[in-house]
Ligand binder design. Structure first.
Ligand SMILES: NC(=O)c1ccc[n+]([C@@H]2O[C@H](COP(=O)([O-])OP(=O)(O)OC[C@H]3O[C@@H](n4cnc5c(N)ncnc54)[C@H](OP(=O)(O)O)[C@@H]3O)[C@@H](O)[C@H]2O)c1
Length: 395
């Protein structure tokens, strides 16, 4: 029996994870489930899997959650202290499906507990935690298994960088693949949420539409596989069947092909180093068309920004800034404060306006500080009606 925790169990990835755990009740014992505000779903999940502890990050919902679980014996905690305490419980495998930089603190705490495997969907923590997080994971002998389908694929096939040509991340291209840059000017939140293939949470859907998702994934890949930006590439593959390719100089290409369903990488991360038999989603290659083409960097400037960040003198700092500005700008787009194309423009402005000298960060506090400062700058830019304003505040 493996003891597992799911941080962010009420989200898209979290719900899929809970469903997979329920299919295997004799294999997994759930120690912790967490959510931000959705106490009703969290309480339902906790009863279903008989969780030992639950945490609601937003303290305003503590009482509601407590009432919903009254008499069950399930421990209820709230806030960042609650998350930190839950993350410190040593278990066999932790699944991190929180969205945004909010996933970083619990991930760092889990690394410091005696938990040995982290199945990590939260790309923002890999991006912002950077060298610090990966070094700590190594020190504490924690295995990190990425759940993002592209990185999960590369994790499965990348065993040596000797004579590596490149690592290719595939991208569906999102809902606006066939629009021009001009045509994207007036797209709505609803348009941006209509991904042709993947069903995702709000932020990830918008990130896919701007292709900031692929930009973040380039940085995630560099952090996880450390091959250098010149060996990373993105190819558009609308069918999302090939998830990642590792090309060697001798002309061999290794790839992972699978149906576009997050159940597959999640179940791999739940079963690693074994393979799971709980899902049966076979690919019929005879019925499958596979197309590939180069991304248009002018249509999706986010990709260019990621490459600039990776090639800069301070890639870790710039990754934190890019992520923070994107989280703020995406939130502003959701609230109709800015247009769709402004998201990448704001990220670019904040990157250009922020002067950092430290290349990487040795503490979580320093990372959070840079993240907070970048958010303040992005919010100021948005509240000053954006367009012509240029931030000049140096950090
Ligand atoms: N969805 C996908 O197909 C997919 C694929 C690959 C990678 N990912 C990555 O997986 C992560 C989760 O994505 P998702 O689409 O599942 O997101 P989501 O549906 O928005 O779910 C996010 C989860 O995080 C919780 N949460 C939000 N803000 C929080 C905070 N401040 N503190 C603590 N918990 C918080 C949410 O709780 P509430 O429900 O209470 O708000 C929810 O449980 C992201 O990093 C994303 O990039 C997702």
């Amino acid at each position: 029996m493996q003891r597992v925790s799911v941080f962010g169990s009420t989200g898209c990835i979290g719900q899929k994870t809970v469903q997979l755990l329920l299919k295997n009740p004799n294999k997994y014992k759930v120690e912790v489930l967490t959510a931000n505000s959705n106490f009703e779903l969290l309480a339902r999940q906790a009863r279903l899997v008989n969780a030992k502890n639950v945490v609601i990050a937003d303290k305003r919902f503590f009482r509601d959650l407590k009432e919903s679980l009254f008499g069950t014996g399930i421990n209820v905690k709230a806030g960042s202290e609650g998350l930190a305490a839950a993350a410190s419980i040593p278990i066999d495998r932790a699944i991190i499906a929180i969205v945004g930089i909010a996933g970083l603190m619990p991930t760092m705490k889990i690394i410091e507990s005696k938990t040995k495997i982290i199945a990590l969907a939260n790309k923002e923590s890999i991006i912002c935690g950077g060298e610090l997080m990966l070094r700590k994971a190594k020190e504490h002998k924690v295995k990190i298994i990425p759940i993002d389908s592209e990185h999960n694929a590369i994790f499965q096939i990348f065993h040596s960088s000797y004579n590596l040509d490149k690592i290719v991340l595939t991208a569906s291209g999102g809902p606006f693949l066939h629009l021009t840059y001009e045509q994207m000017k007036n797209v709505t939140l609803r348009d941006a949420m209509s991904h042709p293939i993947w069903k995702m949470g709000e932020k990830n859907s918008i990130d896919s539409a701007t292709m900031m998702n692929k930009a973040l994934e380039l940085i995630e890949a560099q952090n996880l596989f450390a091959v250098g930006p010149s060996k990373l590439d993105v190819v558009i593959h609308p069918e999302s069947i090939v998830h990642g390719v590792v090309s060697y100089k001798d002309g061999s290409n290794l790839a992972v092909l699978a149906c576009p369903d997050m159940d597959i990488p999640i179940s791999y991360a739940l079963s690693w180093p074994r393979r799971s038999s709980i899902i049966n989603k076979q690919l019929d290659l005879t019925k499958q068309k596979l197309t590939f083409f180069e991304p248009n960097y002018n249509q999706f400037p986010a990709l260019k920004l990621a490459m600039e960040v990776l090639r800069s003198n301070t890639p870790h700092a710039n990754s934190i800034i890019l992520n923070a500005a994107n989280e703020v700008a995406t939130g502003a787009f959701v609230e109709s404060k800015i247009g769709f194309l402004d998201i990448a423009k704001i990220v670019q402005e904040i990157l250009a306006a922020t002067k950092v000298t430290a290349g990487s960060f040795d503490s979580l506090d320093n990372i959070i500080d840079l993240d907070s400062n970048s958010r303040i700058l992005a919010e100021r830019l948005i509240n000053s009606n954006y367009v012509s304003t240029r931030c000049t505040v140096a950090l």
